[in-house]
Design a protein around this ligand. Structure first.
Ligand SMILES: Nc1ncnc2c1ncn2[C@@H]1O[C@H](COP(=O)(O)OP(=O)(O)OP(=O)(O)O)[C@@H](O)[C@H]1O
Ligand SMILES: [Mg+2]
Length: 359
């Protein structure tokens, strides 16, 4: 969760400070007013990267040389990020420079829901793996160790395969690769089972037409069901050698949730697809609260696109019961009437400024 957010020289925002509440923060304003830029600033602060560009130079306000974002965490710890054209990116947590971005990510779990999140169904397995791994990372402390070790060993094995090293030198990696891979697999499966449970409850409340549907998990470990990873590496050795890389493993895993044993992408409308992704993110936010030190931040860009007012209302009511801090943007001014005046906050964004906060 974030407090006291300040943003300077970022996109069309010259200098902005806002005091978000711990529940729902609505950012309302016209097209081009700076709403998505505020979400981008929060994303940058927590993850060190933008969801709009790979080059942080593009985030700097035209004509300037640097941008800055600062805030305080739930425990009142100052966190700040600065990007300067000449000196690059600097991140500070509690006034000390941060070496690893993952340290910050574990402090401030964040979920970003884009305006086009209904396109989730068109994304590839890599995106789905990242989504589940985000969740496992925040729920299972040992996951990061296994995943980092797995990645390193996989690189070594692939490099040995590519360089056509002797068989024994390549097989040297198999034992450890399989050990970490099996752990990753078990943690992912356990997490996805829990995620499916929470997801069903939220999704069927948002999308009542599916309240009696059956939801199941379709999961692929990254190697054939009937074997374990060690055996698969063994069996695929000649194939890996001719390909020059390792095919089976946790890096090839995939999953999906099915509705009545069919692919949701083939039956859900666009709005329902958006609700599916939102429900998934909410379920992830709900699960991460049990273990992470800080309240999950949920960024929802352009809630109103694809959703009619009653479904937007459904999303907001669902968020009211979730232990997450939420930032929602919209051009739909009437949304301000559906939030709780005593708990939530509405900010009117105009030309990169907050016009006035009303609580
Ligand atoms: N580097 C930059 N410097 C200054 N202004 C920029 C920069 N990059 C983008 N802009 C402008 O910043 C403004 C804010 O963009 P932003 O995407 O935040 O608007 P928005 O409020 O989310 O609009 P919409 O409702 O259309 O999504 C836009 O007018 C955009 O053209
Ligand atoms: Mg926008």
């Amino acid at each position: 969760m974030l407090n006291q957010l300040t943003i300077s020289q970022l996109r069309n925002i010259g200098d902005l400070s806002l005091q978000p509440c711990s529940d729902i923060n609505l950012l309302l304003g016209e097209n081009g007013s700076g709403k998505t830029s505020i979400l981008e600033a929060i994303h940058l602060l927590t993850l060190g990267r933008s969801f709009r560009t790979r080059s942080l130079k593009n985030v700097i306000q035209f004509g300037e040389k640097q941008f800055q974002v600062t805030a305080r965490t739930e425990t009142n710890m100052p966190v700040g990020l600065q990007f300067d054209i000449s000196t690059g990116l600097q991140i500070r947590l509690n006034r000390s420079p941060l070496k690893k971005l993952s340290d910050l990510a574990s402090q401030l779990p964040l979920q970003y829901i884009s305006a086009n999140c209904h396109q989730f169904f068109e994304m590839g397995p890599r995106f789905r793996r990242q989504l589940v791994d985000w969740g496992v990372f925040h729920v299972e402390p040992s996951f990061n160790f296994h995943w980092q070790s797995y990645k390193k060993i996989l690189q070594q094995r692939n490099s040995a395969l590519k360089k056509r090293k002797p068989t024994t030198e390549i097989k040297l990696w198999d034992e450890h690769l399989a050990q970490h891979g099996e752990q990753i697999n078990a943690l992912r499966l356990k997490y996805l089972d829990r995620l499916l449970n929470d997801f069903c409850v939220i999704f069927t409340r948002l999308c009542t037409g599916y309240s009696s549907a059956e939801f199941t998990l379709k999961y692929r470990a990254g190697w054939p069901k009937e074997t374990n990873l060690k055996e698969s590496l063994e069996a695929g050795f000649e194939r890996d050698r001719s390909l020059g890389y390792t095919r089976a493993g946790s890096h090839a895993a995939d999953w999906s949730f099915r509705i009545n044993n069919a692919d949701p992408a083939e039956m859900l409308s666009r709005g329902q697809q958006k609700l599916f992704y939102i429900a998934l993110s909410m379920a992830q936010g709900k699960l991460s609260i049990n273990t992470s030190r800080d309240k999950t931040i949920l960024l929802i860009d352009d809630l109103s696109s694809e959703l009619d007012m009653s479904h937007q209302q459904g999303v907001v009511s669902e968020l009211e019961n979730l232990p997450v801090q939420c930032f929602i943007t919209s051009t739909e001014m009437s949304l301000q009437h559906i939030v709780r005046p005593e708990k939530d906050k509405v900010f009117h964004v105009k030309q990169g400024q907050i016009e006035y906060p009303s609580s």
